[in-house]
Design a protein around this ligand. Sequence first.
Ligand code: SAH
Length: 262
Amino acid sequence: MGDAALPGRVTLVGAGPGDPGLLTVRGLRALERADVIVADRLGARAVLDGLAADGVLLRADVIDVGKQPGRHPVPQEQISQLLVTLARQGKEVVRLKGGDPFIFGRGSEELECCREAGVPVELVPGITSAISVPAIAGIPLTARDLAAAFTVLSGHVLIEDVPGGRDHTVVLLMGVGTLAHSAHMLSRSRGAGCPVAIVEDGYGPDQRVTFGTLGTIAHVAAQARVRNPAVVVIGDVVTLSPSAPPELVDAARPSLDRKEAP
Ligand code: SAH
């Protein structure tokens, strides 16, 4: 355990999407050093369980601040305060967060809170679900001739101003609840036929990919009972997934052929 005579510190670690193989080496070293790990449910918990299953022994106590079914998550201010309190007790604290702490993770707030309290704090980036979850479904966010840019959005933000067309990939995090609205808004610039994939529980036991178009996806997702956590990918790159249905690929073909023409 930490020694009160020594100053403690906080390391904010990105856990990646949930597979321990996608934790960084620097993140693993921080976990091994830690006296206490303050973990989120999504991604972080799965990584700790996965490390244990792989025989990696961590000596740290684990404090779970994530949302459990039927239980409320610990409020953000309390989490930040907890980090400061533990560090002031002289502990090596790791704050383990899903994906990358700076992508819709409120990592900057926790970092700022530690800094304001005079607690040494360091960030270890993680592999964000925005990129890695589409990847497990075989979907690259950019691809020659298909997409040269991508935008990552939270489903909670206004989607009206996303630039570009089908060759500008859109990735929605926390996007299941607002899917119908997002699909409707994006179909104005991208057309109702624009391919969409939803990847649920990437790298987890319930991983599943659901395909549709901007015109059909809200209905298809409701029928399939698509649930969070899920990443929604919108754009022609979706057709590169080996599991994309042939009719979706064929329907996207006219626009693809145009781009392939000299
Ligand atoms: N900081 C995180 C994102 C936090 S917001 C990151 O960089 O990945 C939480 C959202 O991330 C979820 O609602 C979901 O959209 C997405 N997400 C995180 N892990 C996921 C996973 N394993 N599978 C599917 N979606 C995931």
